[in-house]
Design a binder for this molecule. Structure first.
Ligand SMILES: [Zn+2]
Length: 119
């Protein structure tokens, strides 16, 4: 009477362990498909986050310009006048999208930072 063996030698796999070339190609193809679906969305969210930070920076600078006017009864001559320890302890921020500096227009507001929305 033959005893059943626990080893798979001589079985369906021929005793080999691991993945065959076809199985490996299928795994690589599936990983590639998933990466092609996920990576463009991740890039979109990165740009969107930078645009949101830019909008927050513009709002903060405009509010600082209004506070400056209320406290000094005069408009700031340049954006550097707003750079106080109370309002911007780390200095006036730069646009995180393109790295450009913000500037005040003729009505003492920041404009020109409407970045293109990603589709
Ligand atoms: Zn910007």
């Amino acid at each position: 009477m033959a005893m059943p063996t626990l080893c798979c030698r001589g079985g369906k796999n021929g005793g080999r362990t691991g993945l065959s070339l076809l199985e490996l190609l299928m795994v690589v193809t599936i990983i590639g498909l998933l990466a092609s679906l996920i990576l463009p969305r991740a890039a979109f969210h990165t740009l969107s986050a930078k645009e949101r930070v830019c909008r927050k920076n513009v709002l903060s600078i405009n509010q600082a310009a209004e506070r400056f006017f209320l406290e000094n009864a005069a408009h700031p001559s340049t954006i550097a006048d707003l750079n106080t320890v109370d309002q911007f302890p780390q200095g006036i921020p730069a646009c995180p999208v393109d790295g450009s500096a913000y500037s005040l227009n003729a009505v003492f507001r920041v404009d020109g930072h409407q970045h293109d929305e990603a589709p």
